[in-house]
Design a protein around this ligand. Structure first.
Ligand code: SF4
Length: 227
C-alpha cells in the first residue's frame, strides 16, 4: 500500500538522520534529544544549523550528508497528501503507529455489554461503526473502560466475546502533518484492517507520542470557505 511505502521511507529517513546527528542529546537545538530533533527535521524541514555541534570539524561529512538528505526530502511529495484510506479515499493528516516496543496502537474501549473481562484476556469485539470483528489483548481496566492492543484473528479460539464496543481513544506515535492539542484530525491507525480513515481530537502530544479521543469513523468533507 502506498502509505506503507511512504511510511517506510519516512522511517528510513528518520533512522538515517538520527545516525548522522551527534547523539549528545545536549538540548542546544531546542529539543531534549537528537531523536526528537530528527523527527522535527522530517516534519517541519527544520534547519539543521539549529544543532551547533554539527559545526565541529569531526561532523563535517555528517553535516554535508544531512543537508543532502533534507534537500531530497523537501523535494519529495508531502507525506500528508499521500495518506489516504483504501475504503473511502479520504486523506488523513497523520498515520498512527505503535508506541516504542509495542506491536499495535493502544485503544481504549467502552464495551456495550457487562461481560466480565480481566487484564490479560483476549477479547473479540466489533468497534461501533466498523463491520470488522477485532481481537485484542486487555492491558488495563479503568472502571468500565478497557485498554487493549489489537492482535490477529489467530487468537479467536482463546477469546471472550464482548460484542459491540465504542472506541473512546487511541494512543501511539505518529507521522504526517504537524498537529496541535485540541485539533480534530483525520488519522489512519496503521493496523486498521479496512485501512479506513478515522477522526479524533488530539488530547496530548509529547515528542511524537500522541493521544486521541472522541474517535469517530464518520469523516466529514472539509468545510467550504465562503468569501
Ligand atoms: S543540539 Fe545536536 S547534539 Fe544536541 S540534542 Fe540537538 S541534535 Fe542532538
Amino acid at each position: 500500500m502506498e502509505y506503507k511505502h511512504i511510511l517506510a521511507n519516512k522511517m528510513d529517513l528518520q533512522n538515517k538522520i538520527e545516525k548522522l546527528l551527534p547523539n549528545y542529546n545536549c538540548g542546544s537545538c531546542g529539543f531534549n534529544s537528537c531523536k526528537a530533533f530528527a523527527t522535527h527535521i522530517i516534519k517541519n524541514n527544520t534547519d539543521i544549523e539549529n544543532c551547533p555541534l554539527l559545526n565541529q570539524y569531526q561532523y563535517t561529512d555528517n553535516k554535508k550528508c544531512l543537508k543532502q538528505l533534507v534537500k531530497t526530502q523537501s523535494k519529495t511529495e508531502d507525506c500528508s497528501a499521500c495518506i489516504s484510506g483504501l475504503l473511502d479515499s479520504y486523506e488523513a493528516d497523520i498515520v498512527l503507529l505503535p508506541l516504542p516496543n509495542e506491536h499495535s496502537c493502544k485503544e481504549v474501549l467502552l464495551p456495550m455489554s457487562d461481560i466480565f473481562v480481566k487484564t490479560g484476556n483476549i477479547i473479540e469485539y466489533r468497534p461501533l461503526g466498523c463491520p470488522v470483528v477485532h481481537y485484542a489483548r486487555v492491558l488495563a481496566k479503568n472502571g468500565t473502560l478497557i485498554t487493549v492492543h489489537v492482535v490477529g484473528p489467530s487468537f479467536k479460539k482463546k477469546s471472550v466475546d464482548v460484542g459491540l464496543c465504542m472506541v473512546i481513544g487511541f494512543e501511539g506515535t505518529y507521522t504526517g502533518k504537524q498537529v496541535k492539542v485540541g485539533e480534530t484530525v483525520r488519522f489512519l491507525p496503521q493496523n486498521c484492517m479496512m485501512q479506513k480513515i478515522h477522526s479524533g481530537v488530539v488530547i496530548n502530544i509529547e515528542d511524537n507520542k500522541i493521544k486521541l479521543e472522541g474517535i469517530d469513523l464518520k469523516v466529514w468533507a472539509p468545510p467550504v470557505k465562503v468569501n
